[in-house]
Ligand binder design. Structure first.
Ligand code: GAL
Length: 441
């Protein structure tokens, strides 16, 4: 971990929202990708318009809303590239739990896909860029005007060493509490704002024999995700961000408090949480057997795919006015077999049309400042507004705040905690992970 880069990324994320309105709303005209030059950057080869071949697109989007968004983009792609065979290389496992390992092996083995999903921030820059595994996309940014339509804060963290490295298709929010409206209405409950509110609501539901908080941590990211939101809600913007720069010590009393709060929350979750995935946890909320769940806004897309509309949302406890953010982007591996087809994919992903087709189904908002006119539902409309005014913090579980190795060590520590519930040992392990990452002494 390069500490200077960490600090830089943190400050850049912090200015996301301020920069949103500062960036022009110009819509770039679709220009053909310039023709071949040797040794140039990624857009220096002819567009694939006339050609056939394949497009092997690698992601971990396999659940209802994830797949729906991806398929909408594939359909758009096919309109202009009817002869290209799209190979949907999606490896199941939320948050890339299994996909990332598969991808890394393929990269190392010299068998990359044509394009792949990667989170903006440290996952991209300290991972694939640092390893020299992706091509710079400067020419594509120029030809498509991407440098004018993404917020400066976004541009800054898809770039490094003077080059752009991936194309952001969306912005997701991690810190959302979703609730079943009928369950709340039947029990005279209102959406909790603070942790105290949360536990009052949880007690009321528990007393009625209803699971208060649905959790599905069969894939280990989910409990780490829940704890991330507790950290944000307990330490606040600066305290939380400082955890990833070394400015906040992991032995801070607030981290102890967050672990104790998390421990208490775990006493309200469904007994079968370790057997369910995050979308399985949504099913018990949909069935009215659980009142709440805390999960990223891909949940909105899951409800949509399952045709469930009777849900409400609010920020997870203690995080009002804070947007715990992440972004899915696409990158171009060095040695992609269908490079031109991949470039055409990246072009679509960054376009207004592509973003407005994808995001309403994916439960995310567009990364482009001039998009957002598509079929966005009430939650997404509210998210578009919040993104403009909230304070942004970077998600650790979803690649923005820390490099993969550190994020994984954090996730492992929290998953052990779910079983052993040992606050002191977990706090120590979290501190050690920061030391191992080279950020804490
Ligand atoms: C995140 C990803 C989202 C969503 C979620 C659950 O890491 O950025 O797009 O897919 O995982 O799988």
């Amino acid at each position: 971990m390069n500490r200077t880069r960490t600090v830089l990324l943190m400050s850049l994320l912090a200015v996301f929202s301020m920069l949103l309105t500062a960036c022009g709303g110009e819509t770039p005209t679709a220009t053909a990708v310039p023709s071949t030059g040797s040794g140039g950057t990624a857009a220096d080869t002819p567009a694939a318009a006339a050609g056939g071949g394949k497009l092997e697109m690698f992601s971990w989007w396999t659940t209802g809303g994830e797949e729906a968004g991806l398929k909408a983009m594939y359909a758009l792609y096919k309109q202009d590239h009817a002869n290209v065979e799209i190979v949907n290389q999606a490896v199941a496992g939320a948050a890339g739990a299994d996909a990332k390992a598969v991808l890394k092996n393929r990269m190392i083995g010299g068998d990359p896909p044509d394009a792949f999903q990667v989170h903006m921030g440290h996952e991209l820059l300290d991972g694939y860029v640092a390893a020299g595994q992706v091509e710079p996309l400067d020419d594509l940014y120029k030809s498509e005007g991407f440098d004018k339509v993404f917020p400066k804060g976004v541009l800054d963290i898809v770039s490094g060493d003077g080059h752009y490295w991936s194309v952001p298709v969306n912005i997701h929010r991690a810190n959302v509490l979703w609730y079943n409206k009928k369950v709340f209405a039947d029990n005279n409950l209102t959406a909790p704002v603070t942790f105290d509110d949360f536990f009052k609501v949880a007690d009321a539901l528990k007393a009625k024999g209803i699971t208060a908080l649905a959790l599905g941590d069969k894939v280990t990211f989910a409990s780490a995700h829940l704890f991330e939101t507790v950290l944000v809600g307990t330490l606040g913007v600066d305290g939380y961000k400082g955890l990833w720069t070394g400015a906040t010590k992991w032995d801070d009393a607030k981290v102890t408090e967050a672990l104790n709060t998390f421990k208490k929350m775990l006493s309200y979750v469904n007994a079968d949480h370790a057997a369910l995935t995050w979308d399985g946890a949504n099913d018990i909320l949909i069935a009215g057997k659980a009142g709440m769940t805390i999960m990223g806004d891909w949940t909105d897309a899951d409800y949509k795919a399952k045709k469930f509309t009777d849900y409400g949302w609010t920020n997870s406890p203690g995080t009002k006015g804070i947007y715990d953010a992440l972004s899915d982007t696409f990158a171009l591996p060095k040695g992609a077999k269908d490079r031109d087809n991949a470039l055409a994919w990246l072009k679509l992903a960054g376009s207004r049309q592509g973003q407005d087709a994808f995001n309403p189904l994916k439960g995310s908002i567009p990364a482009r400042t001039d998009a957002g006119q598509g079929d966005y539902d009430a939650y997404l409309k509210s998210a578009i507004e919040d993104w403009k005014k909230d304070t942004i913090v970077p998600s650790v579980v979803h690649g923005a705040a820390a490099k993969d190795g550190w994020a994984q060590a954090y996730t492992d520590a929290i998953n052990s905690f779910v079983t052993n519930q040992d606050v002191a040992a977990t706090q120590k392990a979290l501190g050690q992970a920061c030391v191992d990452a080279g950020v804490c002494k």
